[in-house]
Design a protein around this ligand. Structure first.
Ligand code: ZN
Length: 237
């Protein structure tokens, strides 16, 4: 009889606790994860050359200036940061610890440094946030750059997996044209990374309609929510 009472109590306790525990896990799907966010570019380009990977003889500018809105004349670095700050809040609400490469425009952080900062932070995943540009105004859509090549062997697979999940969530939420995953071996921010990393090109600021959208708070919110959802989805895989 005692035993039955014990089992009943245990069952009741489980029933009472389970919904709460389940809800907590659901509302904090990123608990324990360290997410790195790198809002691309900064107020001023840094044309000091740096190797594109450890020991590489190929050199590139430390930070390029990025693209610019064809109508708005907003610089890319501003949109990237606006979305990144919104995304940080959502990721923290989901339980993640977020590390940023920059929180303002007026910084000077070379791309290799950005990668090293994330390596040192032990990030589980790094998302580099960018917008695209093209000489043809009509070109529009969203792509995801993922690491490839001799410096990135160890992180290629996980990075591509994350990139795919995040891009899918972004396309679903925004209705942007899917330009797919693009493997890149020339990205300093990838080649110095020892942790999974991918780079969203949210849209072309050289396209009038996209430029207008990217400059609205509402669309930036949609982008941030989609990126958060995509990141959470990657960790569910
Ligand atoms: Zn960029």
């Amino acid at each position: 009889m005692k035993r039955i009472a014990f089992i009943l109590t245990a069952l009741l306790l489980t029933a009472a606790l389970a919904p709460g525990a389940f809800a907590a896990a659901e509302s904090k799907p990123l608990a324990g994860k360290i997410i790195g966010l790198d809002p691309g570019h900064q107020i001023k380009a840094n044309r000091t050359k740096e190797p594109i990977g450890p020991g590489s003889k190929t050199l590139k500018n430390s930070v390029s200036s990025g693209t610019r809105g064809v109508i708005s004349r907003t610089w890319e670095h501003e949109i990237n940061l606006a979305v990144a700050l919104k995304l940080r809040k959502l990721l923290e609400d989901a339980g993640a610890a977020v590390v940023m490469t920059r929180e303002t425009a007026d910084v000077d952080v070379p791309n290799s440094e950005r990668a090293k900062l994330m390596n040192e932070a032990g990030a589980d995943l790094v998302l580099r946030i960018h917008c695209n540009g093209n000489s043809k105004e009509r070109v529009h859509g969203t792509s995801m750059l993922v690491p490839s090549g001799k410096y990135c062997g160890a992180i290629e697979e996980e990075s591509a997996k994350a990139g795919k999940a995040i891009l899918a969530a972004f396309i679903a939420a925004t209705g942007s044209k899917d330009e797919g995953l693009r493997k890149r071996s020339d990205q300093t921010g990838f080649n110095w990374s020892t942790v999974p990393v991918c780079n969203i090109e949210m849209g072309y600021m050289t396209n009038e309609a996209t430029d207008k959208l990217l400059n609205t708070e509402e669309y930036q919110d949609i982008c941030a929510r989609a990126l958060c959802e995509g990141i959470a989805e990657y960790f569910r895989l």
